[in-house]
Design a protein around this ligand. Structure first.
Ligand code: NAP
Length: 447
């Protein structure tokens, strides 16, 4: 597997739980840590959801599975060389980069992608600390563009009080920066209406339980046209979302509390500001019968000193692996990778790089099983040819100068994070810098 997030781990699990074909699995990750978006995506104030890592960990403990972290396929070893060492590769490296809005001002300081902010607050080693922390300094009003679950995560984290975030596993410097932000207003902006919002009801409902924020929604935004009514009557998520939001229309701003505002029918036209963002120019929209967004020409400005675009993720190509520009996924047929339209024997994909950024963590289980079923079928009919004994992959990586992090090394990182958390009465504190992660490995090795 290339990628030790949920998709890779579920695929490893599906392979080791069958006995038709004997297997050994290497779970490669470019980070020294496993779990992908479970570690660096799920919001730190969702500890129950993050606890899924305990289940995933059991699969790493399987003797047929080997975690091989801190290895960048494409740099430490090329895809061709990797493929010479194994019989099959499953690409499970996800969709890690942001989508852009393509509007003026998007590159101004104070404008961030949700992927940047989430990477930073979950302690991803590649997060651009300097840029994110400069964007957050002194922020009073923020606009989050997009109405998916990631937008709710970002809006919620920005609106939380310091005591609410204190018990999480966020790195200490992240907690300090968030605690110092004098946030007064967060607007989550949808370009279409409430009936077309992508967020789910459980996540929406949570916005009303924050200690220091009042959730606000304009009653006028909740008036539905007949098509939206129809959608609400046939889609339970939509009808529940609407019921939750209708329960909030009487909320009024309370002095001293952050206003967490949901606003619909507004599409960002450009970000305003010279040296940094000062606001978002928004065009009022209408939604046609097919759910398509149409501009009305009516412009307004939402003042903001931080703008976070949360409009989806996309996958990047690995050197030597095609990725469809538009969908950001590896071309595939039910998990069998296609090169120039034809199945490429021995190459598979699972998770977000296979189907795009959708669903919850558990969705990847079914998805990975589908891919593994294809792999096993190919092994059974001879499409997938095994090439006999080769040099051990980890030995080869070490020969090439890579520093693979194996399961015991990861355990040392895990223990160091738990110990660091304990110094402040927390279950864990994430080590942010790659160097700190590797130092924990070295310290354990030195005894
Ligand atoms: P998402 O659910 O696809 O939402 C993307 C949002 O961006 C949509 O509201 C979309 O609006 C909007 N958007 C796209 N292009 C835009 C543009 N140019 N201008 C303005 N708005 C634009 O993506 P996501 O929030 O990144 O989440 C990814 C996946 O992870 C989802 O399946 C999500 O449910 C899952 N997730 C789950 C949880 C959880 O369970 N707690 C937490 C986080 C993420 P349109 O619909 O109009 O395109």
């Amino acid at each position: 597997m290339v990628g030790a997030g949920p998709a890779g781990i579920y695929a490893a699990d599906a392979l080791t739980r069958q006995d038709a074909v004997p297997v050994a699995v290497d779970l490669i990750d470019r980070l020294p840590t496993p779990f992908g978006l479970v570690r660096h995506g799920i919001a730190p104030d969702h500890p129950k959801m993050r606890a899924i890592r305990d289940t995933l960990h059991r699969s790493l403990d399987d003797p047929l599975v080997r975690f091989v972290g801190n290895v960048d396929v494409g740099t430490d070893i090329s895809l061709d060389e990797l493929r010479r060492h194994v019989d099959a590769v499953i690409y499970t490296y996800g969709a890690s980069v942001d989508r852009q809005l393509g509007i003026e001002g998007e590159e101004l300081p104070g404008s961030l992608a949700a992927t940047d902010l989430v990477a930073w607050y979950t302690g991803h080693p590649d997060a651009d600390r300097e840029r994110v922390e400069a964007a957050l300094a002194g922020v009073r009003s923020a606009v989050v563009i997009g109405v998916g679950n990631v937008a709710l995560d970002v809006g919620r984290v920005l609106a939380r009080t310091a005591p609410e975030l204190e018990p999480t596993d966020m790195p200490q410097h992240v907690l300090d920066v968030l605690a110092a932000m004098p946030v007064e207003e967060v607007t989550i902006l949808g370009r279409r209406g409430p009936a077309q919002a992508a967020f789910t009801t459980q996540e929406l409902r949570e916005l009303d339980g924050l200690e220091g924020a009042t959730v606000l929604v304009d009653a006028a935004d909740l008036v539905l046209d007949p098509e939206a009514e129809e959608r609400a009557s046939t889609d339970r998520n939509v009808s529940r979302n609407l019921a939750v939001m209708r329960g909030w229309v009487d909320h009024v701003p309370t002095p001293g509390r952050t206003q967490l505002r949901l606003r619909f029918f507004g599409r960002p036209v450009r970000l305003l500001g010279e040296d940094r963002v000062t606001g978002v120019e928004v065009e009022r929209t209408a939604v046609d019968g097919d759910g398509r967004v149409m501009g009305t020409g009516e412009l307004s400005v939402i003042p903001a000193d931080l703008v976070v675009r949360s409009v989806g993720y996309r996958g990047l190509p690995l050197p030597g692996l095609p990725v469809d520009e538009r969908s950001g996924t590896v071309p595939n047929e039910d998990g069998r990778v296609l090169r120039e339209g034809r199945v490429s024997p021995g190459e598979y994909a699972a998770g977000w790089i296979k189907r795009g950024p959708s669903g919850v963590v558990g969705t990847n289980k079914h998805d990975a099983r589908e891919t593994v079923a294809r792999l096993l079928a190919d092994a059974a009919d001879g499409t997938l040819r095994t090439h006999g004994p080769v040099d051990d992959l980890v030995d080869e990586l070490v020969r090439r100068g890579a520093r693979p992090v194996l399961l015991d090394d990861w355990r040392a990182i895990d223990a160091a994070e738990i110990a660091l958390g304990a110094t402040r009465g927390r279950a864990r504190t994430t080590l942010h810098e790659r160097e700190s992660l590797l130092a924990a490995v070295r310290a354990a090795a030195a005894g």
